[in-house]
Design a protein around this ligand. Structure first.
Ligand SMILES: [Zn+2]
Length: 401
């Protein structure tokens, strides 16, 4: 009898250690309603076999790097450090920019623990085929396998790369994989969210889902793989005719940074209240926030690199820190994001399918911040304490154990 109990306990342990594969895929700027355009047969199939949310609310600011790094740390940008795609260390004046490889791979900017680091510590192998924060120059913080970002690398090759990892001998095979594709963002910026070009990008990404599913099926891994398909933010139309010239509203000694859907305002330290009142009185197509006010609304404002005043544009408006040059106006993008995260146009998609997820299950709006908790849960990883991600807000999409 005792032997039987021991045997049973061993079996239970080996079952509980049987971790499924998880592939987290980000389609940059894939707005929530792109799934309703009738051009996504492969994603529709996943929806029917799994879970789909009405939409996914990103963290503020609704920009690429802050949101991607939130997905893999379960922290708000205030806490994980990547507060924008471009920001300044106010102590050293160094600037983090997403196209500056030296900065993007510099561990100093990145706080928190990523899913790759946590997996490594808990003896689960992970891999990343492109993801913000996956290429840090610190081996303890890297996934076991990763590819260096190459914007033009063909999408089919990325799928092939992931399928190759999944054919490694079991003891070297990754269980958690992240993948990234830019098409809907690039085309959305250039041609706007309602363009034919964006629809072509949607179809292309949908066919990538098809190729991946087919590849997993051939490897007999589909039934053991959780696929999570998501987006960092949505997209909305902007216009050269909707630029708010903030540089005309304040004195020259007030530093303005980042002409975007938001603007950083650095008044002299004794002028904060004065500049705040002035901007408040001139508000049109934007809202003026002090740090604690914007924190209360958007969990953004405690980070040391955020200025005393932040302006956020109304949907579809851009705030200018300086007079745009002719060249800048020529290159003006007609689609953009970065706006308040409660604007529905800023919401992305969430579709998930696999052994851990309910079948044919629709849910209301999910939050990007909670994706991390799901990643940990379905991979049997203990998440770090003091994260912002909340499993209770998302566990209803999982099959109960
Ligand atoms: Zn993006």
């Amino acid at each position: 009898m005792r032997l039987l109990i021991i045997l049973f306990t061993c079996l239970q342990i080996s079952f509980s250690q049987e971790v499924n594969y998880t592939i987290l895929i980000s389609f940059d700027g894939f707005r929530w309603d792109y799934l309703n355009r009738g051009i996504t047969p492969n994603l529709d199939k996943l929806k029917a076999n799994g879970v789909s949310a009405e939409s996914l609310v990103p963290v503020f600011p609704t920009k690429t790097f802050p949101n991607h790094y939130t997905m893999v740390t379960g922290l708000y940008p205030d806490n994980h450090g990547i507060i924008l795609n471009e920001f300044r260390d106010i102590k050293t004046n160094e600037i983090y920019r997403i196209w500056d490889t030296n900065q993007v791979t510099n561990p100093k900017w990145y706080k928190g623990e990523t899913i790759w680091e946590i997996a490594k510590k808990q003896n689960i192998i992970s891999a990343s085929y492109f993801w913000p924060g996956s290429e840090l120059k610190d081996i303890t913080r890297q996934p076991n396998y990763f590819e260096k970002y190459e914007h033009t690398r063909p999408y089919e090759r990325r799928v092939e790369g992931v399928l190759n990892w999944l054919q490694l001998p079991i003891e070297r095979r990754p269980k958690i994989i992240t993948m990234y594709f830019d098409a809907t963002d690039s085309k959305g910026h250039r041609y706007g969210p309602n363009s034919k070009e964006v629809n072509d990008a949607i179809s292309k990404l949908d066919s990538i889902v098809g190729s991946l599913v087919e590849g997993l099926e051939k490897l007999n891994l589909l039934s053991k793989t959780n696929l999570i398909i998501t987006a960092d933010h949505g997209m909305t139309e902007v216009s050269k005719n909707r630029i708010e010239k903030i540089y005309n509203l304040v004195d020259k000694d007030v530093m303005l940074e980042w002409s975007e859907a938001f603007l950083f305002v650095w008044p002299k330290s004794d002028k904060v209240d004065e500049v705040y009142s002035l901007l408040k009185s001139k508000e049109s197509h934007f809202t003026t926030f002090k740090r604690d006010e914007i924190f209360m609304k958007y969990n953004f404002g405690k980070n040391e690199f955020i200025p005393p005043i932040v302006l956020v544009a109304d949907l579809g408006w851009i705030l200018a820190a300086k007079e745009p040059t002719e060249k800048e106006l020529e290159r003006f993008l007609i689609g953009n994001h970065g706006f308040k995260n409660n604007e529905k146009d800023m919401h992305g998609i969430f579709v998930a399918s696999g052994p851990s997820f309910k079948k044919n299950f629709q849910t209301k709006i999910l939050r990007t911040i909670d994706i991390f908790s799901v990643l940990c849960k379905i991979s049997n990883l203990n998440p770090p304490k003091n994260i912002d991600s909340d499993i209770k807000k998302i566990e209803h999409i999982l099959i109960e154990n």
